[in-house]
Ligand binder design. Structure first.
Ligand code: GLU
Ligand code: MG
Length: 439
């Protein structure tokens, strides 16, 4: 696997949710563990369209090191490439090894550490991905059908084998509801590993498609009228004793007190964190009512329109529901950095835990059909409807702002404002096309 010629990529994922990095000969990788490879601050201001936003807080000077985390290495020889796929997520540090405050992976690690230190809880998560296969000349088949998947049987089995070999523990691949849309799920893991896996999964699937001359696009909307590609972030809490801590048979829809408070924190800060979980202009074409994507600050029991969906538990064969009980955050897509998205969820949940917020009302039914007064009583607020509104909500929530270094938020909002500006004058179709090409 790591013979002569093979390369190992040491990577970081930026605000644009683009995974970037540097490659070394795999035979030399071990030597990189101490000092890492070079990186620079201004890269964090790169837009998805490959231009560094300006103004930005960084300018042309400054250097960092990208230190690989050898425990998070993803390797597979099954992507159809000339050499094995070998990717190692890393942490950005200053030249003396101090953590760089704007490293997105470190931002998540810190959030997870604080959750544990302040509550004793840890989080287990899994990112469920939808994507479309473009330029593949696929024959038309019914959506969600057997034939819909069989028409890409070689691709689908290659994806599952590659993900398995890379250690992602893939579970199910399906032909989804959209035209030429597919979905892959993988097993839950600890918070940091879940985000690492999300990064690896996207790169592995993109690489397999590319090596067939196709494009796998994870863009939230490949066209305004198409079915959206969501990233659904499943999470559950684990107690200090290592036991599942989200489930209580006597709680509302099975939510434990802790899980209820965690969900309440997310809903409270949801308008502000949406920019961190749905980070592009086209994300907001997806987050509309009746798209099964989520559009209100809404906790629902097994309801796919809700932002937080309490997922079903399967008790067939005497399975313990506590073990599989989880909640799914649906207002996310692949234009959001998985580390930042999960960090925002964890930080918001932690606020709910610290304030001992009561479990929000579990609502079922169409929020659009309620009166404004009823929605207000249930705490159902419309999510931001544009990226501009989402950025305003982010900047307008001092609690959320307090989770991040100021320079990080300035970089985030500055880059996103520049991204919005670079799409000025484009209609929705052209905007979707821009994102479709790069995600
Ligand atoms: N495609 C939907 C979305 O944009 C999700 C459909 C589903 O429930 O899997 O999130
Ligand atoms: Mg789906």
């Amino acid at each position: 696997m790591t013979g002569a010629g093979a390369l190992t990529g040491i990577v970081t994922t930026d605000i644009a949710a683009v995974t970037r990095g540097r490659f070394v000969a795999s035979s030399a990788f071990e030597k990189m563990l101490t000092g890492g490879v070079g990186w620079l601050q201004a890269n964090l201001s790169l837009t998805p369209f490959n231009v560094i936003a300006h103004p930005n807080p960084w300018g042309s000077s400054g250097d960092l090191r990208l230190l690989p985390d050898a425990t998070a290495r993803f390797r597979t020889a099954k992507t159809g490439a000339d050499t094995p796929f070998d990717m190692v997520p890393g942490n950005l540090v200053e030249l003396d090894g101090q953590p760089w405050a704007c490293c997105t992976r470190t931002i998540l690690a810190n959030a997870l550490n604080d959750l544990k230190a302040q509550t004793g809880l840890t989080i287990v998560a899994a990112f469920e991905h939808e994507f479309k296969l473009l330029d593949a000349g696929l024959p038309r088949e019914h959506v969600m059908s057997f034939a819909g998947l069989r028409r890409v049987d070689g691709f689908a089995s290659q994806v599952m084998e590659a993900l398995d070999e890379a250690g992602l523990k893939p579970e199910v691949i399906i032909s989804e509801y959209g035209e030429d849309q597919f979905e892959v799920t993988n097993a839950p893991s600890t918070g940091l590993a879940a985000a690492d896996r999300a990064v690896a999964l996207r790169e592995i699937i993109r690489e397999i498609a590319r090596n067939r001359g196709w494009k796998a696009s994870f863009a939230p909307k490949t066209s305004p009228s198409s079915v959206g590609n969501g990233v659904h972030i499943h999470f559950s809490l684990v107690g200090a004793d290592g036991q599942p801590a989200s489930y209580d048979a006597s709680g509302p829809s099975g939510l434990s007190e802790a899980a209820g408070a965690f969900c309440a924190g997310i809903l409270k800060h949801l308008p502000a964190i949406t920019a961190l979980t749905a980070s592009s202009v086209s994300s907001y074409y997806r987050l509309k009512p009746h798209n099964w994507s989520s559009s209100y600050t809404w906790l629902g029991d097994k309801d796919r329109e809700a932002t937080l969906r309490i997922c079903p538990t399967v008790t067939i064969g005497g399975n313990d529901p506590a073990k599989s009980f989880n909640v799914e955050y649906r207002a996310a897509d692949a234009t959001a950095n998985p580390y930042l998205a999960l960090a925002a969820i964890v930080r918001a949940g932690l606020e709910g835990l610290k304030a001992r917020l009561p479990c929000p009302p579990v609502h079922s039914g169409d929020p659009d059909e309620l009166t404004e007064a009823d929605r207000a009583e249930l705490g159902l607020r419309r999510l931001p409807e544009t990226l501009e509104d989402a950025l305003e909500a982010l900047q307008g929530d001092p609690v959320v702002a307090s989770w991040f270094p100021k320079v990080f938020l300035d970089t985030f909002t500055g880059m996103k404002a520049f991204e919005i500006k670079s799409l000025e004058g484009l209609d929705e179709e052209a905007t979707c096309a821009s994102y479709r090409a790069v995600y």
